[in-house]
Design a protein around this ligand. Structure first.
Ligand code: BTN
Length: 256
């Protein structure tokens, strides 16, 4: 494994329930943060919205534990940092310009298919003296399909070999991923969300094009316009009004 950024530690496991769960156990046990939990295989890998994340050896399963000094709602903006870090890592390691694009909120796509998913989990400290509650810990769980991908997914999936013919090993990806993430994380600490938001928008998939967002039984259709100052998605709907989406699954209409 190449070098981690200064101050980071890695915890490697052959097999574990979920690297997010292990990172949570570390946080609860008082780990100061700046560590990455990595596993060859997960028996209970989880995805967004309570879905399962199939976690067979060959792909990357890792969780970064940090303790940002910010409100949890603001720290959640770091999911965009993680998506950009995945894109940067795969570009650096494959030494090729590959057409990665980012799908809100935090998927990484190649040729329109999902190659990486990110699951943020965190907790706040109790608010003090009527102030805002600060983040206790934030776990950024990252799955990257390096060698294989599942077939039955709500959104088409792919993997590095299928999409690019490039074979990367998870153990070679962990350190670069941490380096790429920490660089963007430090820039967010110093410069705030707007710089990160601009970077994400530059790489966004189908910005300015038709989009559909599924929220429980509700399907919202419109044109993807922007991210707001918090990271929510701004969509222009048919009557010209704007709808701000804080949660949901994004799809792109066929033929659009
Ligand atoms: C998604 O649904 O797109 C998010 C998937 C996140 C999967 C990763 S794999 C490493 C970490 N551990 C987990 O249990 N989940 C995340």
């Amino acid at each position: 494994m190449s070098e981690l950024p200064s101050g980071y530690r890695v915890f490697s496991h052959e097999i574990i329930d979920s690297t997010n769960e292990e990172a949570k156990r570390l946080a609860m046990a008082g780990d100061p943060g700046k560590c990455i939990v990595w596993a060859v295989e997960q028996t209970a890998g989880r995805g967004r919205r309570g879905r399962q994340w199939v976690s067979k050896p060959g792909n990357l399963f890792a969780s970064i534990l940090i303790r940002p000094q910010a409100r949890l709602a603001d720290a959640s903006q770091l999911s965009f940092a993680a998506a950009l870090a995945v894109k940067h890592t795969l570009e650096v390691l494959s030494q090729q310009a590959i057409g990665f694009a980012l799908k809100w909120p935090n998927d990484v796509l190649v040729d329109g298919a999902k190659i990486s998913g990110i699951l943020l989990e965190g907790s706040s400290k109790p608010a003090r003296h009527g102030g805002y509650a600060q983040t206790d810990y934030l776990i950024i769980g990252i799955g990257i399909n390096l060698q294989h991908h599942p077939e039955d997914t709500p959104y088409p999936a792919t993997d590095m070999i299928a999409a690019t013919g490039i074979s990367l090993k998870p153990e070679d990806v962990v350190a670069q991923l941490t380096v790429s993430f920490d660089e963007i994380y430090q820039s967010w600490v110093t410069n705030g969300f707007n710089a990160l938001r601009q970077q994400w928008l530059k790489a966004a998939y189908r910005l300015g094009e038709p989009i559909e967002v599924q929220q429980n039984d509700n399907r919202i259709k419109g044109i993807m316009r922007d991210l707001d100052a918090t990271g929510a998605l701004r969509i222009e709907v048919e009557d010209g009004n704007e709808v701000v989406i804080h949660a949901g699954d994004v799809f792109f209409p066929a033929g659009a």
